[in-house]
Structure formats: C-alpha cells, structure tokens
Design a protein around this ligand. Structure first.
Ligand code: CA
Length: 404
C-alpha cells in the first residue's frame, strides 16, 4: 500500500502498522511513517468516526474501552484515509492534524489500571533458578502447569525517556549477618513484551477470547534491583526490588498489525489444564535488541515464549478477578538459549562472572549511574508483502540517575 503520508518502502511504521500514542500536549495520535495524525482533531474534522473516543482525549483509555468492533472499524477507516486521496487542508491550512514524530513529546499512552508481570520464558526461568537457587531443581513443579506471575505497581509505570533514580532498599549478601539500607548495588533490566487490555470483564476471560479483550502490545523494561529482590522475595515474591520503576514504549502496536507475525508457540509438556488449552496456539515472531550505552549487548527472541498472552490473560482472570481497561500484563523477561539472547544483565553477565565490554572500552556487570538502556523490537512478517515485512515497536529507553 502506498500513502500520501509517504512512508519509505519497508518502513516498519508503514500503513500496515498504525501504532497509537498520547502526547504531552494532551492529544492522542496514530503514527504513519515519520508523522503523527492527531486523532482527536481528525475525528472533529469528520475524517474518521471512533464514536467520540478520540475527541479531546488525553489518553487512549476511552478508545481501548470501546472494544474490538470499534478497533476494527477505526483501523479500516485509518487505512482508507492514509491510502486514499489526500484530504484537503490536512497539511498547511490545518496544521493541527499532522505532526512530525521528531519534535513531538510523547506521554504514557494510557492510564495504567493494574500491572501484572509473568515469568514465561523457559530459558529465563531456568537461568534465574540456577542463579538464585543453585541447589534446587531448575524449575519449580508449578512452572509448566500455570503461568507464574506477580502483581506489580501500576503507579510507577512510566513512558520511555523517563529517568530512573537508583532505588534504595534493604540489601544483604550471604556473608552479612544483617541487612543494610542504601542504594542498590545490582541494578538490572528485564526486556519484555507487554499487553494492553481494552475491553474489560467482570469474570474469567476464555483463553480463546484474547483478541476480544486485548488491543495491542508495548515494549516493557521491568527494572529490577537484584540485591533488594534476593533478600525480600521469599516467600511472597517480588516487591520493592521491582516496584520503583517500569518503563514502557510510547507506541501501542495493535494486535491487528501483528497478525502476519504470528508463530506457533512451543508444544507444552505436560499438556495444560482445559482452561489454558487454546484452539489456536501462537505467539509472535518479534526480535528484541538491548543496547547498553549504545552498545548492542543482546538480541532476545520473543517467539519461543512458553506461556502465550492468551494463556496469561485466561489465567490471571481464572479465579474470577476482573480485567479493567488499561490493565497491562507483561511476558516476563525474554531470553533465548544463548548468553547473547538473554533479556537481563544478571543472565547476560552470569551474575557478574562474565562482564560485557561496551564500545567505549569499559566493562559492565550491573548498571552504573548515568547508564542508558534502550530496548527496541521489530515484529517479522516474512509471509507478507515486502513493504509490510516488519512491524516496528520503536524503543523503550531509560537512564539511571543518582537519587538525590
Ligand atoms: Ca519481569
């Protein structure tokens, strides 16, 4: 498809993607190529009809709540708008409609309701078990029966570019008798894919109704203080070692854009219980890249994930828990089988035993103040047309700063 907005051939933000965002100026938009269309202004100008969901909206929540039929209708309208004749006045005369991506400050795209983080990469779970519990079996007995997760802190989910003050907390090494309080000495990242719930529910969501409830996906960096985590996590799981900051990318990529990137998920053995059994079992082929101060240090592959987002949503509501518009749930750290495919630095450096060398000649095991981590990702759609072969997520970035 070609468009008057003129994304380059093969642009991962071509008309086949259409990720949504919110801006710091208080309007919501859709990206095509290097431009953002102000959706509220477009709706008021009669260029599309989302039932008023975009009009004077500062976040995507109203549109997310509208549900699948509206998402499908509006996506078709946007595709027609961008591939049809250029509407009069869209440039120049009505400058409020189109904005360059560069120079538009982006905000958290939706108000986060609840935040849940899973633990669904088998390579990651195996690695963390060996690092945290070297004398125990690598996977606990529940891991292949249910998608293990924890409730995180929605209030400190922040948009890409927000600085990360180094967390403080209780730290205790095995040879210390008592903990001390102070800045984390082992600050880490976790590269993940997050799913955004649009249509709410007041009861269990069937594993095959995933697409009716989830609008799209974002990149997640679940910043983790390993020393705080190691001391606090038993018996109730992660708490202050993770709740200080969770960064997400500003673009919400619609599931519709990811359809051509669908890939079969691993066969599950033992077979899962009925409520987790999918009619069609799939994840997506998405390649992540993790940059430490600009040096590419890892390329985690999402497609090998053991528990799919459909299973995660079914499980997190299986007890009767409600799902709300704006709920965010993340995959858990994405790691492949090799060190260069791991989505956390504790795995990448094997707890500091194998530091990574950065392009400036320095080495790192955990994050230093002033370090910047950028996680980017692209969905791969080899079966489709060349101009739609990649779907971009953009990036999630954060810089660690000294807490004052
Ligand atoms: Ca995590």
């Amino acid at each position: 498809m070609t468009a008057w907005t003129e994304p380059a051939q093969g642009d991962p933000f071509g008309v086949h993607n259409l990720p949504l965002c919110a801006t710091r100026d208080g309007w919501v938009g859709v990206r095509v190529g290097d431009l953002i269309l102000n959706l509220g202004a477009a709706e008021e100008a009669g260029l599309l009809d989302a039932g008023g969901a975009f009009t004077r909206a500062a976040t995507l929540n109203r549109f997310l709540a509208a549900g699948r039929p509206t998402w499908t209708r509006v996506r078709a309208q946007l595709t027609d708008l961008f591939t049809g004749p250029r509407p009069a006045g869209v440039f120049g005369g009505n400058a409020a409609l189109l904005h360059p991506v560069d120079g538009t400050a982006l905000a958290l795209p939706f108000e986060v309701a609840d935040y849940v983080d899973f633990y669904s990469s088998e390579h990651h779970a195996n690695n963390l078990s060996r690092l945290f519990r070297p004398d125990s079996p690598s996977l606990l007995p529940n891991w292949k029966e249910l998608p293990v997760g924890y409730h995180g802190r929605a209030g400190t989910v922040m948009v890409s570019g927000t600085d990360i003050p180094r967390p403080h907390g209780q730290r205790k090494t095995p040879d210390e008798e008592r903990p001390s309080y102070g800045p984390s000495r082992r600050l880490d990242i976790e590269a993940e894919l997050g799913f955004v719930v649009g249509a709410p529910s007041t009861g269990p969501i069937d594993v095959d109704d995933f697409r009716e409830h989830v609008f799209g996906a974002v990149l997640v960096n679940d910043w983790s203080a390993r020393d705080i985590q190691a001391w606090e996590y038993q018996p109730l799981g992660p708490f202050l070692g993770k709740s200080f900051a969770t960064s997400i990318s500003p673009w919400v990529v619609p599931l519709d854009a990811l359809e051509p990137a669908k890939a079969a998920a691993p066969v599950q053995d033992p077979p899962v219980l009925d409520y987790l059994r999918e009619a069609e079992r799939y994840a997506y082929t998405i390649r992540f890249e993790v940059f430490w101060n600009g040096t590419l240090v890892a390329q985690p592959p999402y497609e090998g994930i053991y528990w799919t987002p459909a299973q995660q949503l079914a499980h997190l509501t299986a007890n009767g828990a409600w799902a709300r518009t704006g709920d965010l749930y993340a995959s858990g750290t994405i790691s492949g089988p090799t060190p260069e495919q791991t989505g956390s630095f504790i795995e990448r450096t094997w707890n500091g035993a194998h530091p990574v060398r950065l392009d400036d000649g320095s080495t790192r095991s955990f994050l230093l103040d002033g370090d910047t981590v950028t996680i980017s990702a692209t969905a791969q759609c080899p079966g489709g047309p060349a101009e739609a072969a990649m779907v971009g997520f953009g990036e999630v970035r954060g810089t660690v700063v000294t807490r004052v």
